[in-house]
Design a protein around this ligand. Structure first.
Ligand code: UDX
Length: 444
């Protein structure tokens, strides 16, 4: 199959290179010339494990090319995927679809023969209808079918998620388009096909419903963690206890500082807005958004409380800045709000992140960046682990203790077992793992 991927950002690049690795001929298009030049020179615009090698391998094999020339690529294509950005529109939280619509117009004018136009960007329900209308208006004789094929890739695991998906959702009722999509994803169908064909609007909603559900699941366990601290229970045991019920499932039950990233915050907000527009509000997700928003600053209050209530002039060593490990992505990272709140309370911040420091530098003021956790901990009165990078799982606590003002670890990702680091003379605070209950305040 000849595939064009419009937008060589995170989703477009990963999807494009994986399709090429399936054996298809793929052209990745982007309007940003410097990005295309970098990709042609073998430099990746994003950090994603395994991406580099896969791009090199497929570019060498001649199956993967990069260009800014949309019209000539689209003219030969069997399928054109739209994978451009859909950021939250400033002010109203709706997804900004201007890039999607601009790409649709260009595709309409360039396509020849039957072409499947596929929205891969996360787009609100009904966007496929609008893309189709724009194409028909721009070129009434275009022979196209518009399909929705949302992605469910996790940053840091995107290539394996693409190649071993739980499901691939394809929204179109057009049989010719279904056949093209079947052919494109054929390499996935070894024993059981993961393809889930449905109607276009349903496919668009599946993506939002999936992300909103996961965000709600995380928010649920975070609130249970807060309660655990009050009643003297252990949230990890609660998560194990409920997660082994198949109906609940064990994943996405790790309590922490709140979800961040490029998808959950944006997609939950967009779903809330769509639901309100259709006069069918989804209150569970409205609450999820609100609870997650306040959680980040609450985590700063937790750190301050662990440090005795006053952090003025004290140094906090922050370990991990990105919204999760194995990415350099700082979008909606909890570290941003937590650090700002600590600074508001007068704390001095020394931070370390294995990969995200360069991005973080542009977003954080008055933060000293260290080369490793030990340099960050120098003279610190506390270490706060905000992102669970693997290299924080086996810290040398003797060494840390020797450089710190006070040996205190606040582990917002629960990567250390309760009690494990006490023997090094460290005070330890996790999330949702209180040893003692705080009695309910008596009501007058
Ligand atoms: C997510 C979805 O998983 C993916 O299907 C979708 O296509 C894009 O959004 P991603 O944003 O890469 O992927 O990250 P994910 O691993 O899902 O984590 C999102 C956030 O939730 C992170 O901040 C993470 O730290 C947090 N999280 C996740 C928790 O706090 N607890 C958990 O149990 C799981």
């Amino acid at each position: 199959m000849r595939i064009v991927m419009i937008g060589s950002g995170y989703v477009g690049l990963v999807s494009g290179v994986c399709f090429a690795d399936f054996g298809h001929s793929v052209v990745c298009v982007d309007s940003d010339r410097s990005k295309i030049d970098a990709l042609n020179a073998g430099r990746m615009p994003i950090y994603e494990p395994g991406l580099d090698d896969l791009v090199t391998k497929n570019a060498k094999a001649g199956r993967l090319t990069f260009t800014t020339d949309l019209p000539s690529s689209v003219a030969d294509a069997d399928a054109v995927f739209i994978a451009v950005g859909t950021p939250s529109r400033r002010g109203d939280g709706h997804a900004d679809l201007s890039h999607v619509f601009a790409a649709s117009r260009e595709i309409a004018l360039a396509c020849k023969g039957f072409t499947v136009v596929v929205t891969k960007s996360t787009v609100p329900v009904g966007t496929g209808d609008e893309v189709e209308r724009i194409i028909r208006e721009a070129n009434p004789s275009a022979d196209v079918a518009v399909a929705s094929n949302p992605e469910f890739l996790r940053e840091g695991a995107a290539i394996s998620d693409f190649k071993r998906p739980d499901r691939v959702v394809i929204g179109t009722i057009d049989e010719r388009a279904r056949n093209v999509m079947r052919e494109i994803y054929r390499p996935l169908s070894l024993n059981v096909s993961p393809l889930h064909f449905t109607e276009r609007r349903t496919a668009e909603l599946i993506k939002y419903a999936a992300n909103a559900f996961l965000a709600m699941k995380i928010t649920f366990i975070n609130e249970i963690a807060d309660l655990c601290e009050k009643v003297g229970a252990n949230v990890q045991e609660v998560a194990r206890g409920i997660g082994s019920d198949n109906r609940i499932g064990s994943k996405f039950l790790h309590a922490g500082p709140g979800y961040g990233g490029s998808c959950f915050p944006k997609d939950t907000l967009a779903l809330v807005k769509t639901a309100q527009d259709y006069d069918s509000p989804i209150r569970l997700i409205e609450t999820t958004v609100a609870v997650n928003d306040v959680r980040k600053r609450a985590m700063a209050r937790k750190i301050i409380a662990a440090m005795g209530g006053d952090v003025r002039g004290k140094t906090v060593a922050v370990l991990g800045l990105t919204f999760k490990p194995n990415t350099d992505d700082m979008r909606e990272a909890p570290s941003l709000s937590i650090i700002a709140a600590l600074q508001d309370a007068g704390a001095i911040i020394r931070a370390y992140d294995p990969v995200g420091a360069e991005h973080a530098k542009g977003l954080l003021d008055q933060v000293t960046f260290a080369e490793d956790p030990y340099e960050a901990a120098n003279e610190a009165s506390a270490i706060a682990i905000i992102t669970e990078w693997d290299e924080f799982r086996a810290l040398d606590f003797q060494r840390l203790k020797s450089v710190m003002a006070e040996p205190l670890l606040i582990d917002l990702r629960n990567i250390y077992p309760q009690g494990e680091i006490d023997r090094h003379g460290f005070a330890y605070v996790g999330v949702g793992r209180a040893t003692f209950a705080t009695p309910p305040s008596s009501k007058a």
